[in-house]
Design a protein around this ligand. Structure first.
Ligand code: PGA
Length: 219
């Protein structure tokens, strides 16, 4: 049984104490060893959670939800890849919420992928269909159809299979699915859709729900 990734994408939710409690509680749960959990908190929580994970030797890694397209310099408000590199293993890039609300296009996303790679962070490039451009060097891709995100209506597994295969045919080794993944449907995606991992938004906010989801992640 190979490893699968469960990515908790909290989006713009939680306070620092809530983030700390969530991570502590997850660390006390009994979880399947083949599941690698990637926690993607908002930027300000990353240092504290990094410290907690290290100090308590928790088997989780961190991811960022976004990164600057610039490496450093006069870019007020930006968080850069070199700032994140000692704390995160992964970074989401091009989530449809960023494409829609912040005008990110394929060019910006390709710049972010290049800068993350240079800093030793693995980008997880979010695509909305098999037609979305995948920048060179991207080895982790998450298929997230916008109508399935946060809607409670996940994409049918048969459709996910088709897109996963199309993305794999472009040479991408790790294809994830995201969009209304829940404890009820997690196993069907892992068993039947050929994905290497899942992005979980809404169902990652309550730690009890996320623990049940992780425990149901059989394949
Ligand atoms: P959802 O979000 O699980 O709430 O649908 C997934 C995502 O946007 O990554």
């Amino acid at each position: 049984m190979s490893q699968i990734y469960l990515v908790a994408n909290w989006k713009a939710n939680k306070t620092l104490p809530e983030a700390y409690d969530w991570t502590t509680k997850l660390g006390q749960a009994s979880l399947p060893p083949a599941v690698q959990i990637v926690i993607c908190p908002p930027f300000p929580f990353i240092p504290e959670l990094h410290q907690l994970i290290r100090a308590s030797a928790l088997p989780f890694v961190l991811g960022a939800q976004d990164v600057s397209r610039f490496e450093s310099g006069a870019y007020t408000g930006e968080v850069t890849a070199p700032m994140l590199a000692s704390m995160v293993d992964f970074c989401l890039v091009g989530h449809s919420e960023r494409r829609t609300n912040f005008g990110e296009d394929d060019g910006v996303i390709a710049e972010k992928v290049a800068i993350l790679k240079k800093s030793g962070i693995e980008p997880i490039v979010c695509v909305t269909s098999e037609k979305t451009s995948i920048p060179p060097g991207a080895t982790f891709v998450a298929y997230e159809p916008p109508e399935a995100i946060g809607s409670g209506n996940p994409e049918p597994v048969s459709k996910v299979i088709a897109v996963v295969q199309a993305v794999q045919a472009k040479g991408v080794g790790n294809v994830f699915y995201g969009g209304s993944v829940s404890r009820e449907n997690v196993a069907s995606f892992l068993k039947n859709a050929g994905v290497e991992g899942l992005l979980v938004g809404q169902s990652s906010l309550s730690v009890d729900e996320f623990i049940s989801l992780a425990q149901a992640a059989s394949f």
